[in-house]
Design a protein around this ligand. Sequence first.
Ligand code: SAH
Ligand code: SF4
Length: 335
Amino acid sequence: MDLDKLKEVLAGEPKFRLKQAYQAIFTDLIADWRDNTTLPPKLREKLDVECPLELKATLFGSKNSESLKILLELADGGKVESVLLKHADGRRTVCVSAQVGCPLGCKFCATGMLGFKRNLSTDEIVAQVLFFSRYLKRNETEHDRVTNVVFMGMGEPLLNYDSMMEAVRILNSKDAFNIGARRISISTAGIIPGVEKLMREDLQINLAISLHAATDELRSELMPINNKYPLEDLMKVVARFARAKNREVMFEYLLIKGINDRREDALALVDLMRIELFMVNLIRYNPTGVYGPSNSAEIARFKNILSENGINVTQRYSFGQDINAACGQLANKNQ
Ligand code: SAH
Ligand code: SF4
């Protein structure tokens, strides 16, 4: 799918044709121009050749699974994974990838171990949401649609800023997916210039920070990017973001046995979180071969220390371990 090409083909047509084409792609969710009824037949034929809508992807999981994963094939042969999370409360969240691989090499993350191949284009990001939108329309009730999008798949979204942001605008656009900015979240390992840029956008988008350690020593060991953007600077800019947007910021903290789940780790985290709009989301470490996950008692103890100190803390429900679709497990292993 190539939205620039679509604009090019329709450039000589009356303006409303583009709107009709968008409606066909994003609302009617057609996968073949022959299923469209609003554009003139000649134009449909042309689009069929120059702008095909087919998406090539392999699906993992089944209709009754609470999460589904796709391996999306890109035009150059690259592959990325995306996940649909079906929440019990009816939310349908797509977790999208922003890059093929990731250059940041966090030690606990399967994607990080792949290394970096390239940035995704806007269309490639949008295609991930489009695939699941079509899937829901075909397989669930007619009204089921993607309600939320999180940039928590493969790669670092703030290192692919322009394509990521353009994709966000399409997700948000009334003419396309019409997903509210408050239902779109960007997760970052802490790219400070990216957070500053995001702060200047006019959208009320959510920010999540992959923290995972509350001291520079430990964080730099787990996440090399901390050497470039150390905690003190990162926390300052995130506090500015939260205040400027008046939005809660989520700090993701995965619990790795014996590494970052001790009492002193929890207390160091409490010190960083003493800002009203900050909240912690605890994630059980999904094994990727390097470390071990904290057990339930250790997670409960860690969580209690935070709550007792007045920190707003939640625990992430883990989807999709059975299909290697859980956080940090996306590494094209099923291909
Ligand atoms: N690069 C961005 C976006 C990817 S989000 C970021 O790191 O924020 C993926 C989330 O899953 C991040 O919070 C990441 O730290 C977390 N994660 C990585 N490996 C994990 C693992 N093995 N178990 C659980 N969560 C993991
Ligand atoms: Fe990249 Fe995020 Fe994985 Fe770190 S956790 S390697 S930043 S995808």
